[in-house]
Ligand binder design. Structure first.
Ligand SMILES: C[S@@+](CC[C@H](N)C(=O)[O-])C[C@H]1O[C@@H](n2cnc3c(N)ncnc32)[C@H](O)[C@@H]1O
Length: 244
């Protein structure tokens, strides 16, 4: 019986592909993908263990971008990071607003802060933004702990890793603020071997269903990991996880 069911499914699938359904229905790919991932975000939220969260404003009817600092502050204070020696890696620096916050709120002179960006804007279209938008001048900061790596993450991160810049004796904070699915998935999978228990992942556009959320979900599913959520603002737009 099982063999018969498999044969029917295989026949139907192959016949469907033969009919080239994308010619008539290709326009449905994006809305179906978005709906499916919105439902996945909602299911994911309901499945999280919220008992260990330092901050969570779900549900708030209004988005307030300044709340991202409440996420940073709650993580920084509750994990006592202010004076800890850390590696801070930010992917998507642009105007360096979040980068400067972490730099100014960590007082350990042995911490290292690395910011990765093309500084020529997004490498592909995202939401209502076109490729090349969000370009910014590479920041010049007086703090000697701050370093910037200009170029695509896909070009700069492999060398950075080869040069052993990630000090495994320190806690690492990875701030993923590149918006894009491709950039986020690339970064998470490339950094995976260098991440350890206690490290922090921060996201800035997490609940966007086809981008950061999808990248994070694919990353967790592929590596069989389940980071613990510790803070969320703006209905999971900005989130923080700790690796357990
Ligand atoms: C939303 S902005 C970052 C905002 C910044 N964190 C802040 O607080 O001001 C996103 C940035 O990600 C960068 N980006 C996205 N994908 C990238 C990639 N693959 N390589 C390098 N930069 C990338 C874009 O150039 C853009 O500047």
């Amino acid at each position: 019986m099982r063999r018969l069911i498999i044969n029917v499914i295989v026949f139907c699938k192959s016949f469907l592909l033969f009919l080239k359904p994308h010619v008539l229905f290709g326009w449905l790919i994006k809305p179906f993908k978005t709906w499916s991932n919105i439902i996945a975000v909602s299911k994911w939220i309901s499945e999280q263990d919220k008992s260990k969260m330092f901050f969570n404003d779900f549900y708030s009817p209004k988005r307030d971008l300044n709340k991202r600092y409440l996420v940073y502050e709650s993580v920084n204070k509750n994990l006592h990071l202010q004076n800890e020696e850390i590696n801070y890696l930010e992917f998507g620096v642009c105007g360096a607003n979040s980068f400067k916050w972490w730099l100014n709120n960590n007082h350990n002179q042995n911490s290292n802060f690395y910011g990765f960006d093309t500084f020529e804007g997004l490498p592909e279209d995202w939401a209502t933004f076109s490729k090349g938008e969000m370009s910014a001048k590479m920041p010049v900061l007086e703090d000697k702990r701050a370093h910037f790596l200009k170029g695509l993450f896909q070009d700069t991160l492999p060398n950075f890793i080869k040069e052993n810049k990630i000090d495994k004796t320190k806690r690492t904070l990875v701030h993923l603020d590149a918006d894009l699915f491709s950039s986020t998935l690339y970064t998470l999978t490339t950094l995976h071997p260098y991440l350890k228990k206690g490290d922090i992942l921060l996201f800035d556009e997490f609940n966007v269903p086809n981008h950061e959320f999808l990248a994070f979900k694919m990353y967790c599913d592929s590596y069989y990991i389940k980071p613990q959520i510790i803070a969320a603002a703006n209905n999971y737009f900005e989130v923080a996880f700790i690796i357990v």
